[in-house]
Every structure is written in structure tokens, then in C-alpha cells.
Design a protein around this ligand. Structure first.
Ligand SMILES: [Mg+2]
Length: 331
């Protein structure tokens, strides 16, 4: 049996976990990530690019992500500009972020730590993984789930490797909850008792801005977690978040501003406090369960012996008494 100091030490190391999952475009960054420098590098107007890409998807009953990935490869060949992983990362380094995003992760981690909680940050985006990997915030993110390309031996984008959109965003919530993080790992579909989830759904937060986030928002909220809708703090256009809120997809909405004094920071502090309280309750319930179950075993065994109604030798009686005393110790 470990002493109290050892138990406290273990508790300090193995803290309950929370996950905060973020959409990227219009959630952490004010526009679509391809729009800032990637599309202009082909000397095309971003509006024309998206119009052409959406028309391609519509005319061919195509997934919108696969359409813009196709368009990028088409333009790169047409303009003689190779799309390498390194190039995408350089583009990502220049993608602007909303106010406070760069300091957000350290702040949230420190606040959570002060409440005995460990936070993991994940990005689940329909945008391009390689661009996000180039952004300075990538170092704070445990895993980036996003659309990505398959590269040739020369490191040039050739074909879509992943297209992440709508309901297929939700598989990553299941992966995060179950701790089965690799995109190809089919064990994510295996049954797992709720008590074994490394990050139970009620400890997950999803932050997003639009219709592509609805499946994740709904999944997380319906399973006891928290969904937050954000809107652009400059345009202050709240139509989407009002709709998400009225349709009960989200718990909270706030401007996409991430400084310590922002509404979203306040909601996250409240959520962390609530998760810490729930985890404390789970721990206390676990402590109460042990002696209650020992009592149940004691009663069951005692009844079994009295129902047997058999003569016992002195030694047998002593053995039974010893067993009962042992069981009493746990009650
Ligand atoms: Mg978005």
C-alpha cells in the first residue's frame, strides 16, 4: 500500500486530462489560410479562385476540399510553381492569427495546471495541414488533423492524402477521446468502456465558426462536453453563431479574440473549473465505492455461509472467521 505522500505525488504527475479542439480558418485565423499568400502567388484573385473551385465541385458533384486541392495542383502546373511541403510551411508562417492566439495556449495550460488539470490542444481543420504546421502556434498543438497532400519522392504535392470536412471531422473527436490518434488506426472503432477513455467526452471543448463545424459541435455538446462558436471581432457578424446557438449546437459564443480578458478566456476558465470539480467528484465517488463494495461482498459471503447450514469443524470456523475479519477491514 502506498503512503499518502506517494499517492499525492502520483496524483501530481497523473493529472486528469482535457482536450480543446480548434477549427483553424475564421476561428484562430481571420480568413481561409490559402487566401493570404498561396493563391495570390499564382497571380489569381482569391475570389476568382474560390468561385472556380466551388463551381468545379458543383459541376462534378465533388467534395469542396478535393476541388480546391485539385485547383491548387492545376495552377501549380500551369504557372510552373512546384507545391512542396516546405513551400506550404513557409506560407503557413505568414498566416495571420486573431489577437491573443499566440499567448493563448501557454495561458490556458498554466490556468489548467493551477486547477490540477492537463490540457491538450488539437486542431481539426478543413484547411491544409502543411500550412498549419508552418505556423508558429504548431508547437503548442498535440496533433493537427486537416486536409493534406500525398507528395512525390521529390517532395511535390501530387494527390490528396486526407480531405477533412463536415462529419468526417468527428472521427478525430473519437480518436482524441479514445487516445487512438493515428489517422490510419482502425482500433478507433473498437469498443472501449467509458471509464477507460484517456479524455472522456465531457472533458472536451470544440471551438469553431461555421457549418463545417456543426457535426463536431453537436457531437461534443451532446456527449456532455462544451462547444463554443466564434465570430469575427472586426465585422461583428454574429448571424452564424446566433443560428448555431438557437439550433442548440453550441454552449457559448464569443468574438474570436483570445486575450486573457476576453469572453472566450472567461468561458474556458469556467469550463476548466467545472471539469476540475467533476474530476474531484469522480475521485471522491471512487473512494466511497471501495468500502461500500467491500460491505456488499461481506454481506453476500456471510449470507452464503448461513444459507449453507452445515456443521463446520473448529478449524473451518476459524478460517471463516479469519475471512470475515479480513473482509471487515475493507468496510
Ligand atoms: Mg472555420
Amino acid at each position: 500500500m502506498k503512503n499518502t505522500a506517494q499517492q499525492e505525488e502520483i496524483k501530481a504527475v497523473v493529472r486528469p486530462k482535457m482536450a480543446i479542439c480548434y477549427d483553424f480558418d475564421h476561428t484562430l485565423s481571420p480568413d481561409d489560410m490559402q487566401t493570404f499568400s498561396l493563391i495570390p502567388s499564382f497571380e489569381i484573385d482569391p475570389g476568382d479562385f474560390w468561385h472556380e473551385s466551388d463551381s468545379l465541385a458543383k459541376d462534378n458533384l465533388m467534395d469542396k476540399n478535393l476541388a480546391w486541392m485539385f485547383e491548387l495542383i492545376k495552377y501549380s502546373k500551369f504557372k510552373g510553381k512546384s507545391l512542396s511541403r516546405d513551400y506550404f510551411r513557409r506560407v503557413g508562417a505568414e498566416v495571420p492569427l486573431y489577437k491573443g492566439v499566440e499567448e493563448w495556449f501557454t495561458y490556458v495550460n498554466e490556468y489548467a495546471e493551477s486547477r490540477g488539470i492537463e490540457v491538450e490542444h488539437y486542431i481539426i481543420s478543413s484547411g491544409l495541414k502543411e500550412i498549419i504546421e508552418g505556423n508558429p502556434i504548431a508547437k503548442y498543438i498535440k496533433r493537427i488533423y486537416a486536409s493534406s497532400f500525398l507528395y512525390s519522392a521529390d517532395g511535390i504535392a501530387e494527390w490528396p492524402a486526407q480531405s477533412v470536412n463536415y462529419t468526417n471531422k468527428t472521427q478525430f473527436i473519437f480518436r482524441i477521446a479514445k487516445g487512438i490518434l493515428e489517422e490510419y488506426d482502425e482500433r478507433v472503432n473498437d469498443n472501449m468502456p467509458h471509464s477507460k477513455y484517456p479524455i472522456p467526452y465531457e472533458n472536451i471543448v470544440y471551438i469553431g465558426d461555421s457549418t463545417t463545424d456543426i457535426p463536431c459541435m453537436t457531437l461534443v455538446k451532446s456527449k456532455g462536453g462544451y462547444s463554443i462558436g466564434v465570430f469575427d471581432p472586426v465585422s461583428k457578424n454574429k448571424k452564424k453563431v446566433y443560428q448555431l446557438f438557437n439550433d442548440e449546437r453550441i454552449n457559448f459564443y464569443a468574438p474570436a479574440r483570445y486575450s486573457k480578458d476576453s469572453p472566450i478566456a472567461m468561458y474556458i476558465r469556467q469550463i476548466i473549473d467545472e471539469v476540475a470539480m467533476k474530476e474531484k467528484h469522480k475521485e471522491e465517488i471512487g473512494q466511497l465505492r471501495a468500502p461500500a463494495e467491500a460491505y456488499k461482498r461481506r454481506v453476500t459471503i456471510s449470507r452464503a455461509f448461513s444459507d449453507l447450514d452445515i456443521e463446520m469443524s473448529k478449524e473451518e470456523k476459524a478460517t471463516v472467521e479469519k475471512l470475515m475479519n479480513y473482509l471487515d477491514e475493507g468496510v
